[in-house]
Design a protein around this ligand. Structure first.
Ligand SMILES: [Zn+2]
Length: 253
């Protein structure tokens, strides 16, 4: 589960610094900070809801073992709530993006020319990653490389596709396309339930295998099944494809 410190604190600290460093604290920045605070809390609140749900479903012990695989689903669910609450598919990405206004408000004289370039590069890189949380953009991830394809593996790792906040970006795109038809409170509740149920189904097989293993089943077939589940969880494209398929199936019912 992402703690506020991991998800937002560095960004909020940067924003605060930008406000403090600026000679004239602008109203736009202050308004943005207030809006940001509400979305941040909606995100963190959603983490809590999701964690409770998972713990009820699978129990404490299994949830703790599943933690690494669950983190990407956690972040998707936690981004979905502020998106629905604000009716803005890009609420999280916009609020986390360091925009020109903020950069303009920095006291440029405080930074040496060299470090300024470095700051700009870091901001540009962060902004690019943050866009992966925008539900209104089409996102894709490549398939996991074949066994033995070391170059492919290195590129895949460099691409950071499994980073929990970014991993399910294609699912975000899919949900983004549903947003125009989500109009009422009931539509929103229904979508939240659909996504939550699809996620639970996604991790259910792994949870069941772990439960069997814990009750003493050490059969080869179970170990083989477990390896397959682990492989699938590393293949981010498959995780997205499967989750989208489950959401689609549930919407058709
Ligand atoms: Zn988070």
């Amino acid at each position: 589960m992402c703690k506020i410190s991991q998800c937002f604190a560095s960004k909020m600290k940067l924003n605060l610094q930008l406000v403090l460093n600026s000679n004239n604290t602008s109203f736009t920045l202050a308004t943005k900070s207030i809006e940001q605070t509400s979305s941040v809390w909606a995100h963190e609140y959603a983490h809590n809801l999701f964690e409770n749900e998972i713990r009820q479903q699978f129990g404490e012990e299994i949830t703790n073992i599943l933690k690494a695989h669950l983190s990407k689903y956690h972040e998707l669910f936690a981004d979905l709530i502020p998106v629905l609450w604000s009716n803005k598919g890009d609420v999280i990405s916009t609020l986390l993006t360091t925009d020109d206004d903020m950069i303009k408000n920095l006291d440029h004289k405080k930074f040496a020319e060299d470090s300024w370039k470095e700051i700009e590069d870091t901001i540009a890189k962060k902004n690019k990653n943050i866009q992966k949380r925008n539900f209104l953009i089409e996102h894709t991830v490549p398939a996991y490389p074949d066994r033995g394809d070391m170059n492919g593996l290195v590129n895949y790792i460099d691409g950071n596709y499994s980073e929990p906040h970014q991993a399910l970006s294609p699912t975000r795109s899919f949900i983004g396309k549903l947003l125009p038809s989500i109009k009422t409170e009931n539509d929103k509740k229904q979508l939240i339930k659909t996504v939550k149920d699809a996620i639970i189904q996604e991790v259910q097989e792994e949870a069941l295998i772990l439960q069997k293993m814990q009750s003493g089943d050490t059969s080869d077939s179970l170990s083989e099944k477990y390896l397959q589940v682990i492989e699938k969880q590393e293949d981010i494209k498959r995780c997205n494809d499967d989750l989208i398929k489950r959401i689609k199936q549930s919407l058709l019912k």
